[in-house]
Design a protein around this ligand. Structure first.
Ligand SMILES: *Cc1c(COP(=O)(O)O)cnc(C)c1O
Length: 495
């Protein structure tokens, strides 16, 4: 059966999966959602014998029904290969009495690799299927993680170019080196003289500039986005939750049909929404537990039914979760609103106008599968230290937020189901905060010199991604002012 995609904000939109991936955002500004969530066609007993790639195929074919088997398997094969440092792709590691689903074994050692290593292939396949012959130019502004994962994903993918803009003085040393040393004949990196917001609004302006778009079209290019609202990023993420459940079963940690809870450190609400989709497909997941840092908009929302972004933006040691507008939440709101696009559009309009909206009791009841918690900076650091002292396991700051929330949830609710914690980054990526939490950070030690010390403390070998940046040549030195970003794009594309 064919599955179509509709918009969260307007009735009447009906697109195939490949069309939705190519378009990114619905024409009415809404997000694409499947008309219904398909169910798993394989039993857990079958799934537990499957490799990661087979699991990914089994899950994704239900969503991407207009891709042929050959096309989809081709995308999966190109994505989940030796770019990952383990054949398991997403290993499940027992730490104390919880299970960490390690999603950071890809090229850039953060969970964004799980989706961004396959998105370029889904996008180029979608372009081919829809007879789009122009070269796809990905423009991205980044505060660090997404940019590198997108660069690594799109590097040398035929039919695509990628240009990443980052704030010159707004990313960590490791993050900057990761980007400026990126290889690939189709990649460019530009340091913007401004902050992340400047870079972001510069990119947005280019997307909205019709004349510029037309000019590009005439030269054979089409802009696209690798942003986390693309359905092509969400769907690949559903696979690892199904995989994790099947793994627990295989390892004898749970009985057939036994329910588990999933805890996800959350920013834009993409990762946890994927876990919810896995539940809807039939994976025996009970609670989806949303973990926030001090920017606890989502925690407050689940407590009160009021989403309110009017608050101070806090810089934390888990920067990838420093976010006040979680764009993927719109897909959950749509569901809670009884799949009513008018109601969803009205709430999103309120968010845009007033920075807040509230949902009805009835809508709140539909969110009962979710629980929420948060960790402040002290609790985050303590949670890193505790896992290290008790189990010798070193986790990153984002995962530590989830780990704290998991412990607090178990204690307060008395719910003792097995827990899967989505472990979203390698501790090497946030080495300074991690070493500080462990009490191993000497005075005035710089980030790079801490890397071998973390290796010593954790006993986990430095990932290739880290070794590389210590040796690699800097390949990108382009800089530009915030009002000259379009000129930089013209120069790069030679138009
Ligand atoms: C992006 C990111 C998150 C947040 O994921 P969302 O899907 O945006 O909720 C959490 N941890 C790390 C390390 C990330 O890079």
């Amino acid at each position: 059966m064919d599955l179509y995609y509709t918009s969260t904000r307007g009735a009447g939109v009906k697109m195939t999966a490949s069309e939705a991936i190519l378009a990114g955002l619905a024409p009415d500004g809404g997000l694409f959602v499947p008309e219904q969530i398909p169910s798993l066609k394989a039993s857990m007993d079958e799934l537990k014998m499957m490799s990661y790639k087979e699991t990914a195929y089994t899950v994704m074919r239900e969503f991407l029904t207009d891709f042929t088997e050959e096309e989809l398997r081709g995308c999966i094969d190109k994505a989940y290969d030796e770019k990952f440092d383990t054949e398991e792709i997403a290993p499940l590691v027992k730490v104390g009495d919880v299970h960490h689903l390690e999603l950071f074994h890809g090229a850039t050692i953060a969970f964004k690799d799980m989706a961004l290593s396959i998105l370029p292939h889904l996008l180029t396949t979608a372009a081919r299927k829809n007879r789009e012959d122009k070269e796809i130019v990905i423009l991205a502004a980044t505060s660090g993680d997404t940019g590198k994962a997108a660069l690594a994903g799109f590097a040398d993918v035929k039919g695509t170019r990628i240009i990443v803009f980052y704030p010159k003085n707004g990313v960590s040393k490791v993050q900057e080196l990761q980007m400026t040393t990126q290889k690939g004949s189709n990649v460019d990196v530009v340091a913007v003289h401004g902050n992340f917001d400047d870079a972001q609004s510069g990119v947005k302006k280019m997307f909205e500039d019709r004349a510029f778009g037309k000019e590009l079209e005439e030269k054979g290019y089409r802009f696209s986005s690798a942003n986390s609202i693309n359905i092509g990023r969400l769907i690949p993420q559903v696979a690892y939750y199904v995989y994790a459940y099947a793994k627990l079963l295989k390892q004898g940690e749970i009985k057939s049909g036994e329910q588990v809870n999933v805890i996800v450190p959350t920013g834009n609400f993409g990762n946890i929404l994927a876990a919810y989709y896995a539940k809807k497909m039939g994976a025996p997941i009970d609670k989806l537990i949303c973990a926030s840092n001090d920017n606890k908009v989502l925690f407050d929302f689940f407590q009160t039914g009021i989403y309110d972004r009017n608050r101070e933006f806090v810089l934390t040691t888990s920067p990838s979760m420093d976010i006040l507008v979680s764009s993927n939440l719109e897909r959950l709101i749509y569901m809670a609103a009884g799949e009513d696009p008018q109601r969803t559009a009205a709430l999103m309009e309120e968010l845009k106008e007033d920075g807040r909206y509230s949902i009805t009791e009835e809508m709140k009841e539909r969110l009962s599968d979710f629980a929420a918690g948060y960790a402040d900076e002290g609790q985050t650091a303590a949670s890193i230290k505790k896992a290290y002292d008790s189990a010798g396991y070193v986790m990153d700051t984002h995962t530590a937020v989830a780990s704290h929330v998991c412990g607090a949830y178990r204690k307060e609710s008395g719910d003792q189901k097995e827990c899967i914690i989505a472990s979203t980054a390698s501790p090497y990526k946030f080495v300074q905060s991690v070493m500080t939490a462990l009490g191993l950070q000497g005075e005035q030690e710089d980030e790079l010199s801490l890397l071998p010390k973390l290796q010593e403390a954790s006993g986990v070998e430095m990932p290739q991604a880290v070794k590389e940046i210590l040796e690699a040549k800097i390949l990108h030195r382009t800089e530009c002012d915030t009002d000259k970003m379009d000129e930089a794009v013209r120069a790069i594309l030679g138009i």
